[in-house]
Design a protein around this ligand. Structure first.
Ligand code: 5GP
Ligand code: MN
Length: 339
């Protein structure tokens, strides 16, 4: 993988470009992608955004979201666009498997795959160019760096600013995680000067719950959460029937895993959701417990040091047992919690 700086000289010659992201995109995946989209279109490129799957309704306010293709719904059209593209930007993921059914297609396209991502252990051999930095708060911040690095900071308009802000605000837990560097704050200042209206972004993302989603959270915290004080760990296991009962849609379970981390002394929080076709796991930690390694070792996943995910094909009860076993194996790291 060559440095992304090597593409700057070709940025101003119009070409066909695809930008894609990980499956079930979150606000960083969608925000970084659409931020880059609004930047590239200003050079006359024919730019298409493709999501491997559908996405949460609370992302639909983002400028440009209506133009995004859902690969699962529009496979033929998306394949035709992918085949024609000279550049395929891959944002907020670093292993092709994170694009599910799109992964095989991505591997065989003739255009150059270009990585912009902040997760651990990138599959560098499949990318022609890229930037990969685990110290970065968000992929959205890296899109900002890319724009600045290209020498075209003047192209940042309020659409780009809103999309980038949505990504960095959500991936930093509203600017509270350790990844919130001085450069992040400087970037936000620059975005403000270029037309960012930040309050509506918070409202669109966090004050936009359906009543059902709120009652679902109540049910989950009341009935589906177990706390293991000996291990400073809390686990939420959500059976498929709860998703049906509360009419839970894509994105409605996002952020739930963070609730138990607010319990005093909790160092590891996990959620396992029975999504029918698979059991999806999310892990969050505080301090020195590495959930990227934990997710990789036990649940075929990965992510960041303090936020990671994985999945299993086993029934929910088995995955819960697997989790408890893994928790016990990590007793030493979990039980010594220093604030
Ligand atoms: P979440 O728990 O919100 O789904 O994901 C937390 C972080 O881990 C995100 O940065 C996400 O991209 C990453 N992640 C989630 N699931 C997986 C997975 O199955 N494999 C890998 N490699 N990363 C994941
Ligand atoms: Mn991200």
């Amino acid at each position: 993988m060559q440095s992304i700086d090597n593409i700057y000289s070709q940025l101003t010659s119009p070409k066909k470009i695809v930008i894609t992201m990980h499956q079930k995109p979150d606000a960083d995946a969608m925000g970084s992608t659409l931020g880059l989209y609004h930047f590239l279109t200003q050079f006359g490129h024919e730019t298409s955004v493709i999501s491997p799957t559908n996405w949460a309704a609370f992302l639909s306010w983002m400028p440009g979201c209506k133009t995004v293709l859902d690969y699962e719904r529009d496979t033929e059209k998306a394949n035709a666009i992918l085949e024609e593209a000279a550049w395929i930007f891959c944002l907020d993921f670093n292993v092709l498997g994170r694009t599910k059914r799109m992964a095989d297609k991505l591997l065989t396209v003739k255009g150059d795959r270009i990585l912009i991502d902040h997760h651990q252990e990138p599959q560098t051999e499949v990318f022609a160019y890229g930037m990969s930095d685990t110290a970065k708060s968000s992929t959205a911040e890296m899109v900002f760096d890319f724009i600045v690095g290209s020498g075209h900071v003047d192209k940042i308009n309020s659409d780009i600013a809103q999309c980038i802000y949505a990504g960095v605000m959500t991936d930093t837990g509203s600017f509270r995680f350790p990844s919130t560097s001085a450069s992040v704050h400087r970037m936000v200042a620059e975005l403000k000067e270029r037309g960012l209206d930040h309050s509506p972004v918070h409202e669109a993302l966090y004050d936009n719950f359906s009543e059902n989603r709120f009652r679902f959270i109540g049910n989950v915290l009341m009935n589906r959460m177990e706390v293991f004080y000996e291990y400073n760990t809390a686990l939420i296991a959500v059976p498929a029937q709860d998703l049906v009962k509360y009419d839970i849609k894509t994105g409605d379970t996002e952020g739930l895993v963070n609730y138990p981390l607010s319990i005093e002394g909790i160092k590891l929080a996990a959620i396992i959701i029975d999504r029918g076709e698979e059991r999806k796991c999310s892990f969050r930690s505080k301090g020195d417990f590495d959930v990227n390694s934990f997710a990789r070792k036990y649940f075929g996943g990965g992510g960041h040091f303090n936020a990671a995910g994985g999945q299993s094909k086993e029934p929910l009860e088995t995955v819960v047992e697997d989790f408890k076993k893994a928790m016990k194996e990590n007793r030493d790291q979990l039980s010594n919690y220093k604030f």
